[in-house]
Each structure stands twice: as structure tokens, then as C-alpha cells.
Design a protein around this ligand. Sequence first.
Ligand SMILES: Nc1ncnc2c1ncn2[C@@H]1O[C@H](COP(=O)(O)OP(=O)(O)OP(=O)(O)O)[C@@H](O)[C@H]1O
Ligand SMILES: [Mg+2]
Length: 302
Amino acid sequence: MKLAILSRNTKLYSTRRLVEAARERGHSVRVLDPLRCYMRIASDGFEMHYKGREISGYHAVIPRIGASVTRYGSAVLRQFELMDTYTPNTSDAILRARDKLRSHQLLAAESIGLPATVFGDNPDDTADLLSMLGPPPHVIKLNEGTQGAGVMLTEKLSASKGVIEALRGLYANFLVQEFVAEAKGADLRCFVVGGRVVAAMKRQAPKGDFRSNLHRGGTAKGVRASAAEQEVAVRAARVLGLGVAGVDLIRSVRGPLVLEVNASPGLEGIEEASGVDVAGEIIEHVAGQLKLGTGRRTATRR
Ligand SMILES: Nc1ncnc2c1ncn2[C@@H]1O[C@H](COP(=O)(O)OP(=O)(O)OP(=O)(O)O)[C@@H](O)[C@H]1O
Ligand SMILES: [Mg+2]
């Protein structure tokens, strides 16, 4: 197949590994910086260019779109979709996953376990909002936060109120969750490809922290997710419409709870911890979809 990888940087581990895995399997592959793709949109047909040349004829595209370029990157990806290029993660699915409130609502509507979560806009509602959540400890998360920065634990109601007031003063978007203490600072990343968990790793927070992010000093090791965990991870990816997803779970007394579904999950940590050729799994999934004919999208040239 002729494959494009949408990525801002060819040197990134995940990008390099996808290129390598595609070439090993005899595919032609090119990395395209989404910010260098530009297009003409008209009712008589689309045209997309890259550094002065027309882009056409790609059978599949694998998006690796970072949070900072979500809007433009997803428009470029949508253009590929409109030009009949298959993608395991559509622009719509990526946008759904990137919006924490929206993805929490969609997952909860399908009865997928989540830590109870509240959000509200007006300071006058804070007291009732927190009473809807239940007693502290609470976890307060900035919507734009990533890699554990912007995730706070408040042990007392006065602390929750204080932090919320401060965040409102800064016009920050946030949500508040019940603290799942029994997770003991661990979470489980399940890497889902084509409706299957192909690799999993457990991340453990460093001593004195409850956040297991590797960037906060957490450690990772490869594990086998239980049948229940695999099922929740696969369902979460399916509800959001993602063929490739990193689903983060925490283990609670009421079973696995979804923390987040990542639409552009990194490959380095998971390949290292699990020893699985995750890049190869992604390439084979994409090639398999094309062979089945499910990869070609029906004409949506409008
Ligand atoms: N409700 C919770 N109860 C217990 N621990 C939590 C809870 N929410 C988050 N954590 C811990 O904090 C870590 C960071 O939280 P989370 O993954 O939600 O934010 P992030 O990593 O900053 O953002 P993102 O994953 O969206 O990039 C989790 O990996 C988990 O270890
Ligand atoms: Mg996280």
C-alpha cells in the first residue's frame, strides 16, 4: 500500500517506528507534516498540496496529530478522508477523544466505568457541584493538562473550593473527580489496535505521588490486562470510533475505570515495557482493512 504518516517530526520515536514497520512489510511510506499540507476546497473537486506538489493516490494515512495542532491537523486528515484515503482514526473520532467532557459523556452513556466526574461553569454553583460529587479527597484536572501536569489532589473540601476558585480566576477549564484511592498510584495503559488489546503496561507513581505519568517519575512495566480490563479498553476505543487508541484505566473496587482515551498514543513507552512490535500491529491492521475493502470509504466527495 501507499501510506502517509501525518506527523510533524520524522525523528520522533513513534513516527520512526511506523515508517520502519511499514517498510519492513514492503509498503511505500512517506511522512507528511500536517502543517505543510494545504488545500483548495471547491464544489468541483478538492486539491491538496504538499510543499508545492499535489498529494494524491494514498491508500491509507496514519495520523499522529499532537494536541497543539488538533484543529488544523484534523482538517487535513478530513481532507484525506474526503479523498477516499483510509485512516484507522478519523478526524471526527480524534476530535471526540480530545474533548475530555465529550468523551466522558459518551463513555458514561455506554455504561463504561469512569471515576465520577463533575464540571460546572458558575462560581455560585461550586458548593452544590461538589456535593453532587461526594466527600473529598477530590482530583481536580485541567482540561488542557497533559503528562500529569495540572492534576491535583485535594484532601479537604476547603482545598477543593480554593483550587476551583483559583482556576476560575484564571479562566481555566477543569473537571473534578472522585479520588480512586485503591488504585494506589498505578494506572494501566491498554494499547488497542483494531478492536484488540495488543499490549499493556502498568505505570506506577513514584513514592509520595498519586500520578503515574512517566514524565512525573513513574515507572512502567509490561503486564497482561485481565479479560475485564481488555473488554473495557476495547469498548472505550469503539465508542469513540478509534481503530488505534491508548486507553488508560485505573483499577478500582468496582472494576476497571477509564481515565482517558488517547487518539495518538506514543509507542516508545509501550514497546519498551511490553516488548511488543506495536508499530507492526498498527501497519498490519491498516493493511488488513484495505485488503478487506473496509478501508475504502464510500464516496463522500461533496
Ligand atoms: N480520579 C483519580 N483517582 C486516582 N488517581 C487518579 C485519578 N485521576 C488521575 N489519577 C492519576 O493521575 C494520573 C494523571 O491523570 P490523567 O491521566 O487524568 O491526566 P494527564 O495524564 O495529565 O492527562 P492526559 O492523560 O489526558 O494526557 C493518572 O495516570 C493516575 O495515575
Ligand atoms: Mg494520563
